[in-house]
Design a protein around this ligand. Structure first.
Ligand code: HEC
Length: 122
């Protein structure tokens, strides 16, 4: 297993599940779903600004970028738009400095997701 996979299992898998299919229903399914967010700039930013990511104990930006690329490409699979760009350390650094502050995360999530889905090429 590579380092990004190990990091994912250690820091994210407890909630999101080993293969991105979460055992608990209130945690979003990543596998075959998460890539839809990447269809809009707002959605892509959301992926890093959610508390579980922006506040992650993975403090190294490159390591977190690697984990996010594991999430986007290995878990997102067919949901991830063709031509999606990998996250860079710089991008992660900028986005995680702007953690989401809404008190209604699920409402925001639904809005961001529907705006992103509307922009997906298909
Ligand atoms: C304590 C449980 C928990 C941990 C740990 C956690 N997450 Fe999450 N994650 C959630 C929940 C719950 C949401 C839904 C939005 C919210 O309420 O924050 C979420 C949302 C997300 C999203 C947005 C996807 C969507 O459909 O909304 C991504 C991407 C994500 N998490 C990735 C990660 C990664 C990568 C890690 C590890 C660095 C991680 N999460 C750690 C619980 C967790």
């Amino acid at each position: 297993m590579d380092h990004a996979t190990t990091n994912y299992l250690t820091h994210c898998g407890g909630c999101h599940g080993i293969e991105g299919a979460s055992p608990r229903t209130f945690v979003p399914l990543l596998r075959d779903h998460v890539g839809t967010f990447d269809c809009s700039a707002e959605g892509r930013a959301y992926l890093v600004r959610v508390p579980g990511v922006s506040m992650s104990l993975i403090r190294d930006d490159q390591e977190l970028a690697d984990v996010m690329n594991f999430v986007l490409f290995r878990l997102g699979r067919s949901s991830t738009p063709a031509g999606a760009k990998p996250f860079t350390a710089e991008e992660v650094h900028t986005l995680r400095a702007q953690p989401l502050t809404t008190t209604d995360l699920l409402k925001l999530r639904a809005e961001v997701l529907s705006r992103a889905a509307a922009q997906c090429p298909r």
